[in-house]
Structure formats: structure tokens, C-alpha cells
Design a protein around this ligand. Structure first.
Ligand code: ADP
Length: 506
């Protein structure tokens, strides 16, 4: 599909202006160390969600291109797996240093493709880079074990071996950090990869690949293929089913995660899945309410609510409910400044695309039609464009409303009143998602009880932000399989090899 008709004179002008500010902007995919077009020559447009201007066109690759990229990664794996941990650590650190040096350029690209306020894009680059730094260190600590043998004259060795080519499929909400978190880990372990970034936000992935090349990452270790949403299923099938692929590492919706898990099952492939969440944010009477409110702003409105660990259900104890709701409304009114991410002072950008905007407004409209009340927001800011939705606070939310059960993925805080710890736990756990949960309490026993009984992979006590390179990030139930960050994040990309050294007396 050739889409040059998408270029209006205005968008072409914007395109050249934006290009001047973004030295790392690429218009080709990256396979085996070469910047390449799609075999079919097809392209698709990448648009700025704030104004719909086309930033650039990229190759609209298909299954054949995916196969070429997997073959390149498989070929390079033969040599990359034998590099020393020290060499891999050195290269990762060089990549980290270059990404740090170019953080302003990288942030400008994220704001253009994802719409985030520039300050948040800079935050994402710092966060994303922290994984490269962490895995540069971790590469040298992926150790084996020597286990006391039950037999005389025999020795048991367990070593960790890289599991091969990893297919990396990532979403648009943290387009850079979701890549460094996976690629840093898999490279530390000695694997190679093919990355398929989101069709909406492929530009930061390509920029990261350019810096990897400059850092001396050998050709074929990192390959990036780009495709429109139309081609994603065909590309995804190859990335899951090709016999040279050892693992599928995916961050995205539970819906797509289940498709990929099914495809991976055909070849008994390893999976690392980081899927949707439905995080409860529970506030008990003993909590420092001002602190809980400040943290709620971060847990809900960071990235305009488009985060899998974003607070999705505010469960507020009746003793502090009115105070919390009043404080939340006033903070939203003062602190949520909607606008294009490039504008000074803006804290909330557009939603990523029309489908997402429709989903968020649909959830609010459904809730309001069934008796919920929007204390602030509850509608589009039409004067800014069709993807800008006002930061919203909903009360009187009930179980028959779609918003009660679904992941909102937008700037809408929905509040429920609870009257006991048991009720909080019952509501919080009544979901098939199990990614993150937040609890605010000063009662130490209650904090430990909640941590134990919440069916979530991650629990933050008295904090609204919990991710970093050091802890293990991941979910249970339908929120995923595997952990990212920490030493576990690198070990995900290894197999344990058991070697028996026998006949030591012969
Ligand atoms: P989101 O829309 O929130 O980004 P998705 O799960 O829909 O979440 O998409 C995440 C990633 O999965 C994107 O890179 C997208 O292109 C990709 N994707 C979507 N459908 C498929 C599929 N059938 N096979 C492989 N990848 C897919």
C-alpha cells in the first residue's frame, strides 16, 4: 500500500521541521546491520497523535521480511552466544552511554510519535536507559550452580545458556523503555532478537537501534522490523512459529497476548508476557491522605492513564472517602493541563489514537448513563482535537458498569467506597488481572496482610510508582508470565543446562 496521498502540504512542512529537530529519525527498518525497505516496497505513515501530521513513512513489512530478520538473528546467535559476559557488559554500557548522550533527541521522538509531554518523554528515556545500565552490570552475574552430588565420584553442574533468538513485540505506551527492558536483558544473557515495535510508535525503537549500531552492537544482534497493524498478525505468526525463534517476549494487551501464547505453544516456545492490568488503589483510614492523593495523581495520570500498572479502581474507605474525593478533584483541576506534548506546562497529552479515544469516552458514557457522576471532566476537549480527553473523576461507580471491570487505559479515575479490609480485598481480587496493586495504610499488620492476600504480582505500600530496573516487574493470572528487570529479567532468556561430570575416579 503506497500512502503518499496521506501527505498534505501542511504535513510535509511539519515533517521537515520535525526532522530537523530529530537527528535520529529513521525511515527504514533495520535487519542484519542494514537500513532496509520492505521486500514489497510498501510503506505506511507514522502520525503524530497530537495533530495527525505524518512524521514519516516506514516500511510496511510482512511475513517474508520477518523471516529474513529471524534468519539474520539466528545466524548472529551462533557467534554472539560465545561472547564473554564481560564483552556483552562492555557493549551494553557503551549503548547506555550513547542513549544518555542523546536523551533529548530520543525524548523529542517519543513526544512526536506517542504524544507524551516532553518532560514525561525525558522521564521514559531515563527509565529506559536505566535498564541498559542495569543489564550491563547484570550480564556478569548470570551464574550457574554446583550442587552436591548424591553419588561418589560424580559432579553436578548447572549452567545458564542463552535460549536463542527472541521475538520482541512491544506496545505504544512506553515505546522506548519496553524495548530496552527486554533487549538489555536478552543481550546480557547472550541472545539475539527481532523487534516488532507498535505500528503507532516505531521511531524510538529505530533510533535506539541506530545508537546500538554506533555503540558497536554486532550486526544481526538487534533487528527491527516495522509494519502497519494490517500486517501485524502475519509478522507475529512468523515471530512466534519460526523454528529459529526460542522465545516470544511481548508487552501489550491480554487479547493479543493470548493469540501469541497460542502460537508459541505450537512449538513449545518460551514466553515472557506482560499483559493488561486492572490495578486497585486502596486507601485506608490510617493513611496519610495528602500523600495518598499526591501519589494517586502519579498512579492515575502518568502517561495520561495509558499504563498497564496505572491505578484503575480507587477503593477508598468510607471514613476518608469524602476528603479523598474532594482532594482528588481539586488536584485534577489544578494539575492536569491538557495539550500537545511539546507545549510548555502541559502534563496530559492526547490519547494515542481514535480507537483508544473512543474506548475511553465509551466507558465514561456507559457509566454516566447508569448513574455514575463525573465530578470533573467526562468529555472530549474538542477545541484541542479528537484525541484529547479531559482528565476525569467518576463517583457512584457500580458493578453493572463496564468501567467497574475493564482496564480503562485513559485519564479517568473511578472511585468506589469501601467499609472494610475484607471488602477491599474481595473487590480488588475479583478480576482475572493480577499486575499491580497499591495500598495506603500506616497500620503495619494491615500492610503485610494486604501484601500477602492481594492476588497481584506487585504490591506498592504507600507509593504510586513502583517500577525500576532493580525489582522484578510482572503479573500473575491473565496479566502475564515471567519477570522483567532484576536478575530474574535476564535469567528469563536462559535455559538451565545440567551437565553430569562422572567417572571422576577413572
Ligand atoms: P496496544 O493496542 O495497547 O498497543 P496490542 O496488544 O493491541 O496493544 O498491541 C501490542 C503490540 O502487538 C503491537 O506491536 C501490535 O502491532 C502487536 N500486535 C497486534 N496484533 C498482533 C498479532 N496478531 N500478532 C503479533 N503482534 C500483534
Amino acid at each position: 500500500m503506497v500512502v503518499s496521498r496521506c501527505f498534505t502540504m501542511k504535513s510535509l512542512k511539519m515533517f521537515s521541521v520535525q526532522r530537523r529537530g530529530m537527528h535520529l529519525l529513521k525511515d527504514k527498518a533495520y535487519i542484519n546491520g542494514e537500513w532496509v525497505k520492505a521486500t514489497s516496497n510498501a510503506v505506511y505513515p507514522v502520525q503524530n497523535p497530537a495533530d495527525d501530521n505524518v512524521i514519516t513513512e516506514l516500511p510496511d513489512m510482512d511475513a517474508a521480511d520477518a523471516k529474513t530478520a529471524v534468519d539474520a538473528a539466528a545466524n548472529t546467535f551462533k557467534t554472539w552466544r560465545d561472547t564473554t559476559a564481560k564483552e556483552r557488559s562492555y557493549i551494553l554500557r557503551k549503548w547506555f552511554n550513547l542513549c544518555e548522550k542523546h536523551s533529548d533527541d530520543l525524548a523529542a521522538i517519543i513526544t512526536a510519535e506517542a504524544g507524551k509531554p516532553l518532560a514525561e518523554s525525558k522521564g521514559e528515556i531515563a527509565y529506559g536507559n536505566s535498564f541498559l545500565e542495569w543489564f550491563a552490570d547484570t550480564a556478569r552475574h548470570i551464574n550457574g550452580e554446583i550442587i552436591p552430588s548424591p553419588w561418589p565420584n560424580k559432579q553436578i553442574l548447572l549452567t545458564r545458556q542463552p535460549l536463542g533468538v527472541v521475538s520482541v513485540i512491544t506496545p505504544w505506551n512506553f515505546p522506548y523503555a519496553m524495548i530496552t527492558r527486554k533487549v538489555g536483558a536478552l543481550m546480557a544473557a547472550g541472545c539475539t532478537c527481532v523487534i516488532k515495535p507498535s505500528e503507532d510508535t516505531p521511531l524510538s525503537a529505530l533510533a535506539a537501534a541506530e545508537l546500538a549500531e554506533q555503540a558497536g552492537v554486532p550486526k544481526g544482534v538487534i533487528n527491527v522490523i516495522t509494519s502497519s497493524r494490517k500486517n501485524a498478525p502475519g509478522v507475529g505468526k512468523v515471530l512466534c512459529e519460526d523454528e529459529n525463534v526460542g522465545c516470544i517476549s511481548f508487552t501489550g494487551s491480554t487479547f493479543v497476548g493470548k493469540i501469541l501464547y497460542g502460537q508459541a505453544a505450537k512449538g513449545i516456545k518460551r514466553v515472557a508476557l506482560e499483559l493488561g492490568g486492572n490495578a486497585p488503589y486502596i486507601v485506608f483510614p490510617s493513611a496519610d491522605i495528602e500523600h495518598a492523593l499526591d501519589q494517586a495523581m502519579l498512579a492515575k495520570f502518568r502517561n495520561n492513564g495509558q499504563a498497564c500498572i496505572g491505578a484503575n479502581r480507587f477503593l477508598i474507605h468510607e471514613a476518608v472517602y469524602d476528603k479523598f474525593v474532594e482532594g482528588f478533584k481539586s488536584r485534577i483541576g489544578k494539575k492536569c493541563i491538557l495539550g500537545p506534548g511539546t507545549k510548555e506546562g502541559v502534563t496530559c497529552g492526547p490519547l494515542i489514537n481514535k480507537e483508544q479515544a473512543k474506548k475511553v469516552s465509551g466507558l465514561v458514557d456507559d457509566a454516566v448513563s447508569k448513574g455514575a457522576e463525573a465530578l470533573i471532566g467526562g468529555k472530549f476537549a474538542k477545541e484541542l482535537g479528537d484525541k484529547f480527553y479531559e482528565s476525569t473523576l467518576l463517583v457512584n461507580v457500580k458493578p453493572d458498569m463496564n468501567i467497574y471491570n475493564e482496564e480503562i487505559f485513559g485519564p479517568v479515575a473511578s472511585c468506589l467506597k469501601i467499609s472494610s479490609e475484607e471488602e477491599a480485598l474481595k473487590i480488588a481480587n475479583s478480576t482475572r488481572s493480577g499486575l499491580a496493586a497499591y495500598v495506603f495504610t500506616k497500620d503495619l499488620g494491615q500492610a503485610f496482610r494486604m501484601s500477602r492476600q492481594l492476588e497481584f504480582g506487585m504490591v506498592a505500600i504507600n507509593d504510586g510508582i513502583l517500577s525500576a530496573a532493580e525489582p522484578a516487574f510482572g503479573g500473575i493470572k491473565e496479566s502475564g508470565i515471567g519477570r522483567e528487570g532484576s536478575l530474574h529479567g535476564a535469567e528469563e532468556y536462559t535455559d538451565i543446562k545440567y551437565t553430569l561430570m562422572s567417572a571422576l575416579d577413572k
